[in-house]
Design a protein around this ligand. Structure first.
Ligand code: ADP
Ligand code: MG
Length: 722
């Protein structure tokens, strides 16, 4: 009887048809239809005003009041012309989500009438009530209000929201005392820091025309699509984003037939609409294909400036979720929705470059380009070695812990993969073979060009968390559910710091009379001597690497977020962020508190859900099954038929184990220690293992209990029915 729930889900899905495809429009019509682009601004504004906007963007300056008023006017006319009634300052709190404060354009007048109002002041600054956003103790409630300010480098756009069409203005979110309460503020600061040091180095290398250096990002997003008739019947998926119970499906991903396989029709229609919506918002999505696991897919935009790419990443996640709903799916962005099959990550492709020197992580074709490239690459090596634990901590979430090091994603040990050719070049530098001066058969550094480097296809070493892929690095350990801002802030900041050191050293050597090439060579040798240990081209999944990394290379293996998040409290991390002007000590401390709290919350919610599902759904089903079996055994006995209670005995034994673990979990939930670090440790070392033991008992019961009684949609149904 209880399976009525499951049956109704299956019936619902059987009668589904794909949502009709919207009439196809040309890319030109769709592209940026809902974005207030610079192009549109140019057309709407007087020449001088537009020039002033451009200057503000280029110089990262403050918008003049008069200019802001003109821009606001033009923006409002464009938005209301398209039917927008509301505007919203969009900001990015520390939750990985996007937040909005909506206001009407309408302003009531004293005489009872109303006019459409939107001034430069309203465009540039807003005052959301920030008290409900996590701030890690930065604000006490009496001064809870923070303010938002337009990030003029990211364009405004129109979004269809429950309020109707809304003009969305991307903003930073800071407290009245100026502390960052969001993810955008430090990102902008980290880009500025990297720009300062990169420019210094570029000038030292003899470049005279040096444009501002920006960082770029292209993030590949993996996700699962599950029919929402199933998710509606699974409170774990609904509230925690992952299944807390579920025996493996007889058919998992072992056939590898899903990867790049045919995309089911309903999914294709969904993807089409996602792309359509994103094109309208100016998000340049490109690839789509099936991922490794059944019902898993990927969407990847073409790379953009890190700041815009980050806002667009948030839009991608929002659009995936909202569109899925319209198509009868739930889009799961959790890093590990299903045990036993691949989880979802977000590869963050990252580079730095400018308009005059181009992509600085591209080896280039001339000796000068090569030296420049090797110095930037060397700076990355130094940064990643010195601050590997920081890179681990910015990807530390309860969800991502399930995937890191689980033989599907890179391990929690942060190392760099360079590819064999480039690794070889750096090793020769370390050994001093690549000569500063010419000798037979040996390449002359800074005079000869490097051999063209093979582009890494990206798949060649999937086991590395941080891989060079020909003209960029790919941070592969980022979680699918995360904002890319945190990882980008960390990468930009450690690069800024390493570039500062490189520039200092070069300056020192040049002042001591060394020619530039010899000085560069010496700096790179020093990088390799001190930091070469972080380079690893082998199998990152192997147990040999796990041993070697820690014992021989001195790298850290921070397996859980409970170990990784406290890195943010280390003095050298506070010094790094302070030195580069990216986060003050209080800002960093508040981040640690917020992330620790989120980790604890996530796991405690899961534990409570597990208890509830086990008690109110699984236990009654098991009792019903045992009851049915007992009466059928009694009937057979009365009829003089043979009886066999083996199955019933096994179920009863597992039921006992389940009830024991329920008790243990409830006890553990009540024993949380004080203090963030200890509390996180309790979650990682007590709650999660107990939940796992409870799960093992339940999952063992699932294939034994009468299928018509089992209350939860099964893995097989969720992953293969659509
Ligand atoms: P793979 O699956 O092999 O890792 P994809 O082609 O799916 O590679 O994705 C590569 C991502 O890297 C894309 O988003 C692409 O735009 C991005 N990318 C390419 N060049 C750069 C660059 N210079 N900086 C940042 N991202 C880049
Ligand atoms: Mg990739």
């Amino acid at each position: 009887m209880s399976s009525a729930v499951r049956l109704s889900a299956l019936e619902k899905i059987e009668s589904r048809t794909p949502v009709p495809v919207k009439p196809s429009e040309s890319l030109e019509t769709l592209w940026c239809e809902n974005v207030f682009t610079l192009e549109k601004m140019k057309r709407a504004l007087p020449k001088e005003v537009f020039k002033s906007v451009q200057r503000t963007i280029r110089e990262n300056g403050k918008l003049d009041v008069g200019v802001a008023n003109a821009v606001a006017q033009a923006m409002k006319e464009w938005a209301t012309g398209k039917g927008a009634l509301y505007y919203a300052h969009v900001f990015y709190p520390l939750t990985n989500l996007t937040a909005e404060k909506h206001d009407g354009f309408i302003a009531p007048q004293g005489d009872g009438s109303a006019i459409n109002e939107f001034t430069g002041k309203l465009l540039v600054q807003g005052e959301p009530d920030g008290s409900s956003f996590p701030n890690g103790g930065l604000r006490s409630t009496f001064e809870a209000r923070g303010y938002t300010a337009w990030d003029i480098t990211s364009p405004a756009y129109l979004m269809e929201t429950p309020n109707g069409l809304t003009l969305c203005i991307p903003t930073i979110f800071v407290s009245w005392t100026g502390e960052a309460l969001d993810k955008k503020t430090p990102l902008l600061r980290s880009i500025a820091a990297m720009n300062r040091q990169a420019q210094r180095l570029l000038r030292l290398l003899g470049n005279t025309d040096v444009a501002p250096v920006n960082s770029s990002c292209g993030a590949e997003q993996e996700y699962f699509l599950i029919d929402n008739a199933f998710t509606a019947r699974r409170s774990d998926l609904l509230l925690a984003g992952r299944t807390l119970f579920g025996a493996p499906s007889a058919k998992g991903q072992q056939f590898d037939d899903h990867y790049f396989g045919a995309i089911p029709e309903r999914v294709q229609v969904f993807m089409q609409e996602v792309e359509r919506e994103l094109y309208k918002l100016g998000v340049p999505c490109k690839t789509r294909h099936n991922e490794v696991a059944p019902s898993q897919f990927e969407i990847a935009p073409v790379f953009e400036a890190a700041n815009v790419a980050t806002d667009h990443q948030q839009l991608i996640m929002t659009t995936l979720r909202a569109t899925a709903k319209r198509h009868g799916f739930t889009c799961l962005l959790h890093e590990k929705p299903f045990a036993g099959i691949n989880g979802s990550g977000k590869h963050v492709n990252w580079s730095v470059g400018n308009a005059t020197q181009g992509n600085l992580l591209d080896p280039g074709n001339t000796p000068h380009d090569n030296v420049q490239f090797l110095l930037f690459c060397g700076a990355v090596i130094r940064g990643v070695h010195r601050f590997g634990p920081l890179l681990r901590s910015v990807i530390a979430t309860a969800g991502n812990d399930h995937r890191l090091g689980a033989n599907e994603a890179p391990p929690a040990i942060i190392s760099i993969y360079l590819g064999s050719q480039l690794e070889d070049v750096f090793n020769q530098i370390r050994q001093g073979d690549l000569k500063g001066s010419s000798s037979a058969g040996v390449m002359e550094f800074g005079v000869d060009t490097l051999p063209p480097l093979q582009k890494d296809a990206g798949d060649r070493n999937r086991t590395s968390p941080f891989a060079f892929t020909g003209n960029r690095f790919e941070f592969r350990a980022v979680g699918s559910n995360q904002s890319v801002a945190g990882p980008l802030v960390a990468m930009n900041t450690i690069l800024a710091d390493a570039l500062q050191w490189v520039a200092d050293e070069l300056e020192r050597l040049i002042q001591a009379g060394k020619p530039l090439n010899e000085a560069a060579f010496e700096v790179l040798r020093q990088v390799m001597n001190e930091h070469g240990n972080v380079i690893f081209g082998g199998d990152g999944y192997s147990s040999e690497w796990h041993r070697m990394a820690v014992e021989e290379r001195g790298l850290e293996n921070l397996r859980t977020s409970a170990q990784a998040l406290p890195v943010l409290e280390r003095p050298e991390i506070a010094e790094l962020f302070e030195r580069q002007g990216v986060l003050s000590r209080v800002e960093l401390q508040s981040r640690y508190e917020v992330y620790a709290e989120q980790y604890i919350l996530a796991i405690e919610v899961e534990a409570k859900l597990a208890l509830r599902i086990a008690r109110t759904q699984i236990a009654p089903a098991v009792q019903a099954a045992l009851g049915d079996m007992a009466s059928s055994l009694a009937e057979r006995k009365a009829a003089g038929l043979a009886t066999d209670s083996r199955l019933a005995d096994r179920i009863a034994a597992l039921e006992g184990e389940m009830l024991n673990q329920i008790d243990a979990l409830e006890r553990a939930l009540g024993q949380a220690p004080h203090g963030s670090a200890a509390h996180m440790g309790h979650c990682a070392d007590v709650l999660l293992p107990t939940m796992l033991q409870l799960r093992q008992a339940v999952d063992a019961l699932e294939p034994l209990v009468d299928d018509s009684l089992w209350p939860l949609p099964t893995y097989q149904e969720m992953l293969f029915v659509r």
